[in-house]
Design a protein around this ligand. Sequence first.
Ligand code: S6P
Ligand code: ZN
Length: 188
Amino acid sequence: MDTGTKNKITVDLSTGELLGSPVQNTVRTLRDLQGIFRDETARLAMDLDQTVYSVQVLMPVPEGSRGGLFWGNTFIQPGTVGDEYFMTKGHFHADRSRSEYYLGLAGKGALILMDENRRTRFEILERGSLHYIPPHTAHRVANIGASVLSFLACWPSDAGHDYQAIAAEGFSARLRNVNGAPTLVEEA
Ligand code: S6P
Ligand code: ZN
C-alpha cells in the first residue's frame, strides 16, 4: 500500500532545494555558456569551471507528454561577466503556446522577457514574487544581487525548449550593470 511517503519530495523553502528523488540535476558552468554573454574576452579570462547556475527538475511523466507538468528549481550564483550579470541561457518554449510560472525564493534577480516582436522587458524576481510567463515569450533570469538567487518554476511537460532561436539572435536587449544599476540596454 502506498503510505504517502514513497518518493516523497520536499522543497526547502528557505533555499529552494528539492529534496528526494527522482530529480534531474543540470549544472551550467562558464564553459557551457559560450556566446551567451556580450564580453567573450571577459568570459574566457575567468575560471571556466565556475558554476553559473544549476537546475533541479522533477519530471513525473516523459518529456513531450501531453497534460503533465514539470517542476524545476534554479540556483544562479552571484557574479558578472564584464558588466553583465550571471544569467541563464534563456529560451522560448518549443511549443510557443506553452506558458510557465516562476516563484522567487531567495536572492534578487531579474526575469527578462522578450515577445516574438523582440520587445524585451524585465520584472524583479525576489522572495515571494510570482511571475506568469505568457505564451510566445522568451525568458531568462539574471542574478542582480550578491547572494545565490533561487526560484521555482512549473511548466507543461509538452512545452519543450527552443535554445536555438536565442543562440542565433539573442535577446534584443541585455541587462547590464550601468553605474551600479541593472539596466536594459538595447543591442546595437
Ligand atoms: C524551464 C524553465 C527553467 C529553466 C532554467 C534554466 O522551462 O524555464 O527551469 O530551464 O531556469 O534556464 P535555461 O534557459 O538554461 O533552460
Ligand atoms: Zn521555460
